[in-house]
Design a protein around this ligand. Sequence first.
Ligand code: FES
Ligand code: FE
Length: 441
Amino acid sequence: MPSYSHDAMTSLVDVKHGLISREIFVNDDLYQQEQEQVFARAWLFIGHESQIPEPGDYVTSCMGEESVILTRDRDHHIHVFLNTCRHRGMKVCRYDEGNTPVFTCPYHGWSFATDGKLVGVPHQQAAYRGQLDVSQWGLIEVAQMTNYKGTIWATWDPAAPPFLDYLGEMKGYLDTALDCRDGREGGSEVIGGIQKWVIPANWKFAAENFAGDSYHNISHRSVDLVGIGPSGEGRRDMAERKRSKRVVSCIPNTGHSAVSFLEPEDMPFVPSYENNPVVRDYFQHVYEERRRRMGSASRLQGLVGTVFPNTSYLARQPRTISVWLPRGATKTEAWRWFLVDKDAPSEVKEVMRHYAMRYSGPGGMTEQDDMENWNYASAASKGVIARRYPYNYEMGVGLEYADNGLPGQVAERISEHNQRGFYQHWAKLMAALSWDEVMAR
Ligand code: FES
Ligand code: FE
């Protein structure tokens, strides 16, 4: 039974009045409840199939606080295992990535095949005298796993709804980050390694920012002035957006939300990378292909979004997936993957890789701005006095509406509608005893 009940969560998260307690960002007991109620039950992003193309390939990833192994077995099946030995708990795989026929535990040497089976026990006959049932002591596998357009997701909860039900109408927005620029489904690969860094703030600061904080442009003013964008203007290609309408969308009862652009029907291709004909021509080609393949649906251009609870995307080039891993009430480990169209010319991929490094993560020029905010906001919210005062999420209360052409409940550009949807769902999941309760409207 969760220690913070439904009533307690309602007093912490009052979306009707746009008031959310600082406790949910700093309190250790709430953090522990989150591990059970949110991270042990929700669908979580693990990695991309292009990271493990061959049998025996593996990468280590995380589900919430816990390390997992994403691997491809000899029959090409993908698995996600808890990265812990069944004998005495040693971390079985201590590398970030590689290829192996078996995972051999460094402590006493139990070996597990890439399908998770326990296949080697040192001195098995002499030590166990035939009493060890190896079929019962394989690696612990997730309850459900799916490969959605090349992205691998998993949950520890056998009762969780199937991934596509869990995603609901968010699919339409997530696809803007997962499909190729020309509108083909999937067909992406990860470029470079995964960026990993630590942020001294609660994971929800990052998740809600990507869920729909369209209000923090002042934070990025300096980098916009520098002009690191592909066309030498703002940090992203802003030219193509000047005629587009920005919308924030929240998918009710899921916690998922997105910020997107709706392009006018007659919007022409706006070239970026004009000084590089290969890259410019590639983007012109994919723009025209996208319009041809998708028709009016191509008008929806993704910007950012968060798949509840902790997977965010940036749908620009290169597309990114970020995961905000909880490491304590006021500590988060951020991991970021960069996606490009697998069949793009190598020069395009190389330019994207450079842009990713320039833009993103702690070594880029943009995101320190965000991290600086979360860092100081977290530190300034921990004290016993500060905790008495809730944050303000009033912006745009009651102004959301259903739009026939767009999934979810939509609001105009500047609103905290998405954040309220995120926390409403978070509070519900924190107190709910079953998925029936979570999914009930
Ligand atoms: Fe792994 Fe003992 S802890 S073999
Ligand atoms: Fe930002």
